[in-house]
Design a binder for this molecule. Structure first.
Ligand code: ADP
Length: 255
């Protein structure tokens, strides 16, 4: 069975300062179907959004965001598990940091845990351990963590479900004439140097962290797909019918 990593951003999972039940339900339905055909690992953000309704601290202060994430993380996993139950599936939680991948021993142990969970058709849900690591909480929103997860845990494909339905030649929210790129085989270094652009108050990623993830995976011969997390029809048609309608595929030349 092929292995895929799905990463979902804060913007997709939250709405008016809290988790969006409808979008989570749609996501879980997609994941449950995907789990019948692929080995699936989920990287999920939104712990801060899940915790904010219970402790409304100033999110501009990093330590407050860490505390809110600590409240929100179990809420997030409980919500996933409640929804997965409807499909007869179960989730498990792994909190990792980029540093874990610097240690061969820790990577090995995490990989063994993942292998065992997947063998039993359980959905591993990974998030950054926000109490000790702040890289993704400050900058990245798990885009880069998910690329490492895909590489070290032997997935062929990383799917980023975003508030944007693909990668465009310029920011589509500022340029109505922007054109989506369907397949990207090489990323220009100048694109990676650009400032991150995201306006959403919880999200911290933007397109640059996504391109960095794509670059990381392309260099390692893996694929990445950016699709809308609001409307899952493009990713469903790509994964279930093999038809690439919308969304951007990053894939090296297969010469
Ligand atoms: P998410 O929270 O879903 O992971 P972000 O909101 O962090 O995603 O990043 C996606 C945003 O990046 C888009 O909504 C868009 O405004 C912005 N963006 C800037 N340049 C581009 C581009 N060339 N193509 C697509 N999106 C872009």
């Amino acid at each position: 069975m092929q292995r895929v990593v799905v990463k979902v951003g804060t913007h997709v999972l939250s709405e008016q300062n809290r988790l969006s039940k409808t979008r989570m339900m749609n996501l879980v339905e997609f994941l449950a179907t995907l789990m019948d055909r692929y080995e699936v690992i989920l990287v999920s953000s939104a712990a801060v959004a899940a915790g904010y309704s219970m402790l409304k601290l100033d999110k501009n202060i990093l330590h407050n965001r860490q505390a809110i994430a600590a409240i929100g993380q179990p809420q997030l996993i409980t919500t996933y598990n409640k929804k997965l139950e409807k499909f007869g599936k179960v989730a498990a939680q792994l909190l990792l940091t980029a540093d874990d991948f610097d240690s061969r021993k820790r990577t090995y142990h995490a990989k063994c845990t993942i292998e065992t969970l997947l063998k039993h058709n359980i959905l591993p849900i990974i998030n950054e351990n926000d109490a000790t690591a702040t890289e993704e909480l400050v900058f990245g929103d798990n885009d880069q963590l998910s690329a490492r997860v895909a590489h070290y845990f032997d997935a062929n494909l990383l799917i980023l479900l975003s508030d944007i339905d693909g990668y465009y030649d310029k920011d589509p929210n500022k340029n109505p004439d922007a054109v989506m790129k369907k397949v990207v085989r090489k990323i220009d270094e100048t694109e990676l140097q650009k400032q991150n652009s995201t306006s959403f108050e919880f999200a911290t990623g933007g397109i640059v962290t996504k391109l960095k993830s794509a670059q990381y995976l392309l260099k390692r011969g893996k694929k990445m797909f950016i699709a809308s997390g609001f409307d899952l029809s493009d990713i469903k048609s790509y994964m279930f019918d093999g038809i690439h309608k919308g969304g951007t595929l990053f894939q090296r030349d297969t010469k």
